[in-house]
Design a protein around this ligand. Structure first.
Ligand SMILES: NC(=O)c1ccc[n+]([C@@H]2O[C@H](COP(=O)([O-])OP(=O)(O)OC[C@H]3O[C@@H](n4cnc5c(N)ncnc54)[C@H](O)[C@@H]3O)[C@@H](O)[C@H]2O)c1
Length: 356
């Protein structure tokens, strides 16, 4: 199965290519470039790095590979400094390009380095995790963490193209794979449920179903990005469904919970809160639990987390402006709800196993 999804922006656009061998599409994306910096990690399978290098050879560009470290601890300004100095030492110029080959950590960090190096060089995103294929590689949000918080420094820098080969996921651990399913659950619960009927096949990593679901998810992300590229009208904020609690769970658990796992629990919490506020009925709440559970994702918070810790973290969420803000389902779809009744918030937290 091959899919080309267009991200339509006001003054330009780009394709998200989802198909076996998509890494080979680097060649047309980089026509006319002289030098290309390939940014990746040591843990990315050598076969994928080899495919990217072969595509760059075919494109006739001079290329060099730059490795960054693993995990959130390396999504930092220090890594961006290393990359930019590496680019400069090697001779990358304004009209050259960067290729980000990896998961969201590589995509966000290399994308941000590309956004600021020479005040912006082009980047191609080549996602190799499920989460990156359906979410982080699409939409141009790049950035790094500060000790004070996640993603606090960043820039919008849309890629030239996003090249996703579902076959690249064969080596992904079950836990990282499930994290991508967390974002896919979010898309399915935002409206048209294209996942419930396919959950068993998705858990079994059926290649045809996986390719179809990646394309559907990428299409939803592309639609919201196209409608509100810079997150100014509130349309794109719908993509934060389930994320207010998810970010707090990640922080309060010291990142023991991975992003996709936290999103899964955040979706159940959002449904419980919407149910308590009588925005949706109990059938819709149960549907959230069934869909998330069928994907093998957690529906309850791990023990030991307390509401007294989570609520202040949610109020500090950078998208909330200081109040307690949630994206909640309702009769008009998902919309922003500010400062809901505190007792309702506590009740919804209790429903996902968070007391205190
Ligand atoms: N920019 C955005 O819009 C956006 C959206 C969502 C999340 N994010 C960011 O994405 C990051 C998380 O991304 P992630 O979940 O992809 O994590 P990640 O990039 O850390 O990748 C997870 C692990 O999988 C390994 N890996 C990657 N591809 C592999 C493959 N094909 N086979 C085997 N191992 C592989 C990586 O080396 C890493 O150890 C977070 O920093 C988050 O803030 C950004």
């Amino acid at each position: 199965m091959s899919a080309w999804i267009r991200v339509d922006l006001a003054d330009r656009g780009y394709d998200v290519v989802v198909r076996p061998g998509a890494i080979g599409e680097l060649e047309p994306a980089l026509v006319g470039r002289r030098r290309v910096a390939l940014v990746t990690q040591a843990a990315i399978p050598v076969g994928l790095v080899g495919e990217a290098r072969a595509a760059l050879d075919r494109a006739g560009v001079v290329h060099e590979t730059f490795l960054i470290g693993e995990g959130e601890d390396h999504k930092t300004l220090a890594t961006v400094d290393d990359l930019c100095r590496g680019f400069a030492g090697w001779g990358l110029l304004r009209r050259d390009a960067v290729v980000a080959l990896g998961g969201g950590v590589v995509g966000d960090t290399a994308g941000f380095a590309a956004a600021v190096y020479y005040r912006g060089v082009d980047v191609v995103q080549v996602p190799t995790t499920l989460l990156a294929m359906v979410d982080s590689a699409i939409g141009g949000k790049t950035g790094v963490n500060l000790p004070e918080g996640k993603n606090l420094v960043g820039a919008f820098h849309q890629p030239l193209a996003v090249l996703a080969d579902p076959g690249a996921l064969a080596t992904l651990s079950d836990r990282e794979y499930r994290c991508g399913l967390g974002e896919i659950a979010k898309y399915a619960l935002m409206g048209d449920d294209f996942v419930s009927a396919r959950s068993a096949a998705l858990v079994a990593r059926d290649p045809a179903v996986l390719a179809e679901v990646i394309a559907r998810s990428a299409g939803i992300k592309a639609q919201y990005v196209g409608a509100d590229e810079l997150e100014q009208t509130g349309t794109r904020a719908v993509l934060n469904y389930g994320h207010t609690l998810a970010h707090a769970l990640e922080t309060a658990s010291g990142h023991a919970l991975l992003h996709g796992e936290a999103v899964a629990i955040g979706l159940i919490f959002a449904a419980q809160l919407a149910g308590t506020l009588e925005r949706i009925d109990q059938r819709a709440v149960a549907h959230h639990e069934e869909l998330v559970g069928a994907l093998g994702l957690p529906t309850h918070a791990p023990p030991g987390l307390r509401g007294d810790d989570l609520v202040p973290i949610m109020a500090r969420d950078k998208k909330s402006g200081g109040s307690l803000t949630f994206m909640l389902a309702g009769p008009r779809g998902i919309e922003r709800v500010d400062d809901p009744d505190a007792a309702a918030v506590r009740k919804a937290l209790a429903a996902i196993g968070v007391e205190g």
